[in-house]
Write a protein that binds this ligand. Structure first.
Ligand SMILES: Cc1ncc(COP(=O)(O)O)c(C=O)c1O
Length: 436
């Protein structure tokens, strides 16, 4: 039996579905993509075969794998005693660093996953406004907490009219009353948003959104749309919350808010913040953040919050992102890759859209017009996507079947050219109807 099949058999005995996170089940392969280690732009499978990684820990590993600066930071935390549940000088230094880099980040708190931090951001918004509803956009994902895990990827035939979507719980086991607190609006539709505010703002704490909707591939906010979100929140006394779990430090040192020049009241930063160590941050305006205990009355605490390993890791990652030329090089590398990818798409005749922002991108197979909201993204032909992913993996390039993909600062033109060669082959598979 091949080692992958043996491990999958074994894993299924002890882990539901053979995985530790549902998203790691891989529909293109029929088993998880097992990795033995990672290094720079590569991951290695159980046989030691090398793959150019275009998933990058779902966006966390913006520096690639095994980065020496990050390793040194983790090593330092080990030498300091693997301490947790204590405050150190490094914690407030990290918060001060965020205040320098990120426009809204007058104050910060830290936790592990993005899910956890979004949950805390929602509680804080409710605590300081005294209102319980949330307005969110269809196709925007904010983690798995019951308060927000709605309409991030609903079945379109169940989701009601495009201009007034029904709120859909994304998992069994979520209490129905949570759904009643979430108002769902189509992205990039200022008229529908104004209507939602007019109807629900008096009872709503916050508008929460991904400023770039990578979780539906890569949907950019249309010119002026983020400003409309800001203006409506100001007019109705609601908080604007940017979920920057994916956009944090992705293409600009000030995150999406720095790039677009729209400052939210609160933001959640994750993934690239730690570059692969599990840390996320909630940051925001001083008077809102002081709503947390002990200055306010909103709870945010926990044994493992802001573990020193992750705090030092985040400082190291921010040091890298602050190097002169980091973003120009990364963004230029990405643009060169996208130009090659677009040429291959045109040559292959595969109907698809490639949408990009900085070093992360979305692919919409079978879609022939630019995608500006979730309903258009949901028209994607999943069979074609699976065939493409399979074709790339066979040729030594790892794509996940998730909505967004990317490259890291560890990638060079050489690895991206290898990726393009595999993509050319995989597009050929798709064109030949491998999906069918
Ligand atoms: C925009 C966004 N918010 C929240 C989350 C949840 O973060 P985590 O996976 O760290 O819990 C994700 C994760 O994919 C995300 O993309």
């Amino acid at each position: 039996m091949h080692p992958t099949d043996a491990l999958y058999d074994f894993a299924q005995r002890y882990l539901p579905g053979g995985v530790c996170a549902s998203a790691r089940a891989n529909a293109a392969l029929g088993h998880p993509f097992y990795v033995s280690r990672g290094d720079g732009p590569f991951v290695y499978d159980l046989d030691g075969r090398e793959y150019v990684d275009m998933c990058l820990s779902h966006g966390a590993s913006l520096l690639g794998h095994n980065h020496p600066r990050l390793k040194a930071a983790v090593q330092q935390a080990l030498e300091l005693g693997i301490i947790c549940s204590y405050e150190t000088e490094h914690h407030s230094r990290l918060a001060a660093r965020l205040a320098e880099m990120v426009p809204c980040a007058e104050m910060s708190r830290f936790a592990g996953s993005g899910t956890e931090t979004v949950m805390h951001a929602v509680r804080l918004a409710r605590a300081v406004t005294g209102r319980m509803k949330l307005i969110k956009f269809e196709g925007h994902f904010h983690g798995y907490a019951d308060s927000v895990y709605h309409s991030s990827a609903p079945r379109v035939d169940q989701a009601g009219p495009a201009e007034a979507p029904i709120t859909i719980a994304e998992s069994a086991g979520m209490p129905a009353h949570e759904r009643e607190l979430v108002i769902v609006v189509p992205f990039n539709d200022p008229v529908a948003l104004e209507q939602a505010f007019a109807r629900h703002a008096a009872e709503s704490a916050a508008l929460i959104l991904e400023p770039v909707n990578y979780d539906s591939g890569c949907i950019l906010p249309e010119p002026g749309f983020l400003q409309t979100c800001r203006a409506l929140c100001d007019r109705y006394g609601m908080l604007l919350v940017f979920d920057e779990v994916l956009t944090a430090f992705r293409f600009h040192p000030g995150c999406a808010q720095g790039y677009y020049g729209v400052t939210p009241d609160l933001a959640v930063l994750g993934k690239a913040l730690g570059g692969g160590v599990p840390i996320s941050a909630i940051c925001g305006r001083r008077e809102v953040m002081l709503g947390y205990r002990p200055t306010g009355d909103c709870e945010h605490s926990g044994t493992y919050l802001a573990h020193l390993t992750t705090v030092l890791g985040a400082v190291a990652a921010l040091d890298e992102y602050s190097q002169p030329g980091f973003y120009p090089r990364l963004n230029a590398l990405a643009e060169r890759f996208y130009a090659g990818f677009r040429e291959l798409i045109a040559r292959s005749g595969v109907p698809m859209q490639l949408q990009t922002m900085g070093p992360r991108f979305g692919m919409y197979f079978g879609v022939t017009e630019p995608v500006r909201n979730y309903r258009q993204a949901a028209r994607q032909d999943r069979g074609m996507l699976l065939a493409f992913v399979r074709g790339c993996i066979e040729r030594g390039v790892y794509f996940h079947v998730a909505a967004h993909h990317g490259l890291s600062a560890a990638h060079t033109e050489a690895e991206l050219d290898r990726a393009l060669a595999a993509i050319e082959g995989a597009l050929g598979d798709v064109a030949r109807g491998a999906a069918l």
